[in-house]
Structure formats: C-alpha cells, structure tokens
Design a binder for this molecule. Structure first.
Ligand SMILES: *[C@@H]1O[C@H](CO)[C@@H](O)[C@H](O)[C@H]1NC(C)=O
Ligand SMILES: *[C@@H]1O[C@H](CO)[C@@H](O)[C@H](O)[C@H]1NC(C)=O
Ligand SMILES: *[C@@H]1O[C@H](CO)[C@@H](O)[C@H](O)[C@H]1NC(C)=O
Ligand SMILES: *[C@@H]1O[C@H](CO)[C@@H](O)[C@H](O)[C@H]1NC(C)=O
Ligand SMILES: [Zn+2]
Length: 511
C-alpha cells in the first residue's frame, strides 16, 4: 500500500511538473487557436533551413550525390548497407519480406538500442509505395544519414535516436520503381490492397500481394505508435479516413480527427511552404474529402494496428529531376524530424520538446508491479489502444489544448481514470491497477460513465479515482502524507525545471 502510494506520488509530481510547464500557455488556449499558439502566427516557425551540425563540406558532398541521379534498387541496397556500417551503434538493417520479383524489402532501424524490445515508442517511414513516386526513397536515405551525422550534436536528433525506434522502409515497391510505374509487378496498386473497413474487397489474405503481406506482418511484429508514407503528385499532408461509407467524396473524420489534424499541421507547418498551399487550406486534407480510396494503408494502420499514419504528398511532380532533390530534402527535413519527435516522451535534453511533443504516455502496472497490456481509452473518443505486453507502456497521441479523461482497464482489475489537461508537450500518466476482489463489483470498461473532468478556473491537473472509496478511513490519513510528499517533490521538480530553462537556450528553430 505504502509502495503504491509512493508510486502514485511520483506520478503526481510528474504531472505537476508538466502542469507548471504548460500552465502559462494553457490560459491562452481555446479550441480554435491552439495550433496558432503552438506554431506561432506565421505558421512556419518550426522550419529552419541551415541548422546542420556536420561539416558543411561533408553535407554538400551528400547533396551533390543526391542531385546526381536516383538510386537503382541495387544502389539503394548498397547505400543502406553503407549507412549501417557508418553508424553501426545506432542502426541495423533488416528485411521485412520480398517483392513479387524477389527484391528484398529492406528496412533500417535507427535507435540507440536497435533491435531491443524496450518501452520506447516506434515510428515508421515508408517510401515508394507507388513505383513512379521515388522522391520519398531518396529523402529517407538522406534522413537516415542526417540522424547518423547529427547524433550527439543536435538535440532534436539525439532525442529522436535515444527516444524512438525509428524504422525506415525506403521502398515498399522496388519492382514498380524498376519499371517506372505505379503498380507492383502483378499490376496491383499496393495502396488499394489492404483490407477495407467498408467494402470487403481485399479480405482474402491469400490473394494479397507479397509486399502487402510483408507490411501486415511487420505491423504485427512492431507496435508502431505513428507513421507516415511518402508519396508524390501533390504537396499536402493527408489524414484518415481515406474512404467514405457511401463512396461519396466528403469530409469523413475518424474518431481522432483532431489529433490527426494536429499531426498533419505539424508536418505542413514545419515544411518550407506546404502550409501556404492555395489548393489545401493549411496544407492538410482529409483523405475522403480530397478523393476517397478503398483498401488504403493509412486507414488500415489506424484501425488495426493502433498506429496513427499520415500520407504525405511531398512533391507536385511525381518524378522530378534529381537536381531538385536537395531542395525537396531541405524543405521536408524539419517536418520529418518534428513528426517523429511528436511521439517522444518528455526528454530533458531537448528544450523545444514542448513545441512538438504531444499526447499522454505512461505505463500500466498491477499493484504488485507486473506490467499489464491494459486497454487505454479516452472518454468521448471511440478508439482504444493497448499497452505493451512486456512493459505495459502506452503512447496515446492527442491534440494539445484540451482536457482528457484517460481510462486504463484490464479484465480482472479495477479500472482507473485520470484527468489531464494537455498543454504544450506530452504528459506522463502511469496507472497502478488493483486486482478485482470478490467484494469489489466488476466495473471494467464502464465508458458510458463520465467520471467528470471538472476544473476550477485555474488550470491544474487532477488525478481522480486512484483511491478506492471502500478504504476511505485509511485513505484520509495516507492522503495527508501523500500531499506532503507531493508538495516536497513538486518543489524539487520546479527547481529542476528552472535550472533546465536556464542552462538550455531555446533552439533557433522555434524563434
Ligand atoms: C479564442 O479564439 C478566438 C479566435 O482565435 C479569439 O478571438 C478569442 O479571443 C480566443 N479566446 C481566448 C479566451 O483566448
Ligand atoms: C560505438 O560504441 C562504442 C561503445 O559504446 C564506442 O566505443 C564506439 O566509439 C562507438 N562507435 C561509433 C562509431 O560511434
Ligand atoms: C513551394 O516551393 C516550391 C519550390 O520553391 C514551388 O515549386 C512550389 O510551387 C511552392 N508551393 C507552394 C504551395 O507555395
Ligand atoms: C465505435 O467504433 C466501432 C468500430 O471501431 C463501431 O462499431 C461502434 O459502433 C462505435 N461506437 C460508437 C458509440 O460510435
Ligand atoms: Zn502515391
């Protein structure tokens, strides 16, 4: 009991600390302007062109190589192996399957613990889904090298490498690429080959393409928190749903529409000029509003693997001259980094963390310390994610500037709820679930019951329902102790935070 209270207290002090970090900004927030307050009125504050930390000579040599021409499939494989031997400590190269013609679908993992199963979030980038859209595969190799060259030199890069398992699949469709056409070698559009939520067109697993199967297995293996696929033909960040129930072209938002709009805007506003689009307000679009598709990969990710995926159209011209690649890379670099950065838990080393990180993250443990693969729900959003089996970790992306009630539930345990106001930055909420006993009635997953995130005018974070009512007598006494401990810890956390603000100047990128 004491142990679990101490644990709770630690959580509370973490919450308070985030609350004090976001408190000032929160008062200015309302639902219509949260994104402006985060990005700045110009909408392009996160974009910075020349903040590279490797020598300018080396970087220019890389750009020159990029501009010389697109890599063939064997060039790409060689480039990936070369990358891996240049940065062996923070990468590994592996295959997720083979194309129709037997070309390996190679992926790079970048992380300070590549291949380790740990509690960090995973993010994936997928390029060249359509064979005739090759810009993404070149950019993804540049991204990998950028991360390698700036690790331990640039704080965002270091935070990404230390805080995320970043998986990069430069080409999902090498056969289509070799023939310079959209579909794979069996003439199938891979972005129409996934099971669809409305129309049972692709439900036969045996008829699915090997590239699609490889993706499905990959997503089963790795619990991705978010991802993006890179396409060409427009300049816009596209988010779910991609299809409508009645095949009409119409805005059709998924339960996490707000979160997706936040993520898509994060990309477009970090981009050199995506957000200035005349065609797409703010440089983002709902997929079905643009044009409905069925059997796409984006919706499948969200529905079946708990992964928030964007479809990024990064170049009006599908196959621009290679001499344009350095510019396109430059325009997208900050967006790519910021998008990956958005899934990271709070990291002290990165001082602009607040501008890009979002969501509620933490762990779920039983009261005797066993990690639980609990279900995580947000009241009012019809979408459930599952905490990791091994560590009980969860990453719930959410739009900032709102209050949320998080519910952790697990069969055999009493569910618990926490109220969180999400300001700038991510918030950590850990749950300790007590086993259900015969005296406690079953109430797992009672989502209809709004426990009530009610607040007084002063923004503060509240954790409710942690203490069972049946033990009120003991609880009162312990609560006093808890309050005292939290007060002390909160003071210490504030002090630490002050020091952090003093010692770390804000990056030029957010000026
Ligand atoms: C809310 O947003 C609107 C539109 O941006 C603005 O006019 C209004 O002042 C904001 N309210 C507060 C309390 O910030
Ligand atoms: C890799 O890590 C080892 C041990 O941590 C270190 O000695 C070595 O210098 C590192 N190599 C590179 C290329 O960073
Ligand atoms: C963005 O910049 C590129 C290159 O400078 C240009 O070709 C494109 O038309 C611009 N797009 C928008 C939406 O401003
Ligand atoms: C929640 O979503 C599921 C599909 O994931 C759907 O079947 C169900 O009807 C939805 N519930 C509500 C209340 O909208
Ligand atoms: Zn495409």
């Amino acid at each position: 009991m004491i142990f679990s209270l101490l644990f709770l207290c630690l959580n509370l002090s973490t919450l308070f600390r985030f609350s004090s970090a976001g408190g000032a900004a929160l008062q200015n927030y309302n639902q219509s302007d949260y994104d402006d307050s985060i990005y700045g009125r110009s909408g392009r504050r996160l974009y910075a062109a020349n903040d590279f930390k490797i020598s300018e000579e080396d970087y220019n040599a890389m750009l020159e190589k990029l501009a010389q021409g697109y890599m063939s499939n064997s060039d790409l494989e060689r480039a990936m192996q070369e990358f891996n031997s240049r940065c062996p400590n923070i990468s590994r190269v592996y295959s997720i399957g083979k194309s129709v013609l037997g070309v390996p679908l190679l992926a790079i993992e970048i992380s300070d613990s590549p291949g380790n199963m740990d509690a960090k979030p995973s993010f994936k980038f997928v390029g060249n889904v359509h064979g005739n859209e090759p810009v993404g595969r070149e950019l993804l190799l540049m991204l990998a090298n950028w991360l390698c060259d700036n690790y331990l030199k640039d704080s965002l890069v270091t935070t990404i490498v230390d805080g995320v398992h970043l998986h990069i699949l430069p080409s999902m469709n090498p056969d289509g690429y070799a023939q310079r056409r959209r579909n794979n070698a069996n003439h199938i559009d891979l972005n129409r080959d996934f099971p669809d939520q409305f129309f049972p067109v692709n439900d036969d697993m045996d008829l699915r393409q090997p590239e699609t199967k490889a993706m499905l297995n990959w997503m089963e293996d790795i619990h991705f928190t978010a991802s993006a696929t890179l396409h060409g033909g427009a300049l816009v960040a596209n988010y779910p749903w991609d299809g409508t129930e009645d095949k009409r072209r119409d805005y059709f938002g998924c339960p996490d529409d707000k979160t997706f709009r936040f993520l898509a805007s994060l990309y477009s506003r970090s981009h050199y000029n995506m957000s200035l689009s005349k065609e797409f307000p703010d440089g983002i679009t709902n997929g079905a509003f643009w044009y409905p598709i069925y059997g796409g990969m984006q919706d499948w990710n969200y529905i079946h693997s708990g992964c928030f995926e964007l479809t990024l159209e990064i170049s009006d011209n599908k196959w621009p001259d290679a001499s344009e690649l350095p510019t396109i890379w430059d325009h997208n670099r900050m967006s790519m980094l910021n998008l990956v950065g958005s899934v990271i838990k709070f990291a002290e080393s990165y001082s602009v963390s607040c501008a890009i990180q979002t969501g509620i993250h933490g762990r779920v443990l039983s009261s005797d310390g066993i990690p639980l693969p609990a279900l995580i729900d947000i009241w009012g959003i019809n979408y459930t994610i599952t905490a990791g089996k091994k560590f009980g970790e969860y990453y719930r992306l959410l739009a900032p500037g709102e209050k949320y009630e998080v519910i952790a539930s697990m069969p055999g345990y009493r569910s618990k709820r926490a109220c969180v106001i999400l300001g700038e930055g991510a918030v950590t909420v850990d749950f300790v679930l007590d086993p259900e006993t015969s005296s406690t009635h079953s109430e797992s997953r009672v989502l209809e019951d709004y426990a009530g995130c009610y607040y007084d005018s002063k923004p503060s974070l509240q954790v409710i329902d942690f203490l069972p009512v049946t033990q009120l007598e003991i609880s009162v006494l312990l609560f006093v102790m808890l309050g005292l401990l939290c007060f002390l810890m909160q003071r210490r956390a504030r002090r630490n935070q002050k020091q952090m603000h003093v010692s770390l100047p804000r990056r030029a990128a957010v000026v």
